[in-house]
Design a protein around this ligand. Sequence first.
Ligand code: SF4
Length: 221
Amino acid sequence: MQYPINEIFYTLQGEASFVGQPSVFIRLQGCNVGCAFCDTKHTWELDTANQVKTIQVIEKTGDRLGWAYFSLEEILAEIARYPACRHIVFTGGEPAMYDLRELISILEDKGYSTQIETSGTEILRVSEKTWVTLSPKIDMPGNKTILAENVARANEIKMPVGKIQDIEKLKRLLQQHAVTNKLIWLQPLSCKENPTKLCIEAALANNWRLSAQVHKYINIR
Ligand code: SF4
């Protein structure tokens, strides 16, 4: 099994329930949701013209187009470079485009916890223990549907918020799927005052939580 990877890096998780948790992030290449506000557009296409060597992905230090196929062994070797780390985050792109079960099974056998950050538009192939962070992308150009089974499976829902309509979309989603008892996070689309204020007010009004993307405030990846 090989996985197309754009980045592997070790840092602190800056969002939602695992904020502050040292984590190896595995950023998979490929996404067809098409969010206008996406800050990882370089991960959308699985274009062979941008395929590079694994070492070039390993040595990457920022957002770049290049991606490479990694074998299970290559992924495990990369994770092993950070011996203190016990938590692995699959992100993207849309990491749920890929069957992660074999890799996650090996990681769990080695004592790692795992987390996936997903738009919820693809059938999840993770383990029962994987922490699922569903970041719903509603009415995006890719016309993808958020699957009911993913809403049900989610351990937390983390809504990106730029304007009041995003709060309304979240409310409709929760109502449509009869969600009453999940962790709900509001995440401002930027560190600017308006989206942050909107999230704070809606969190207070609905007993939801604020995910302030701490990594951006402390200037780490
Ligand atoms: S789902 Fe995520 S990676 Fe895909 S376009 Fe939207 S923000 Fe970007």
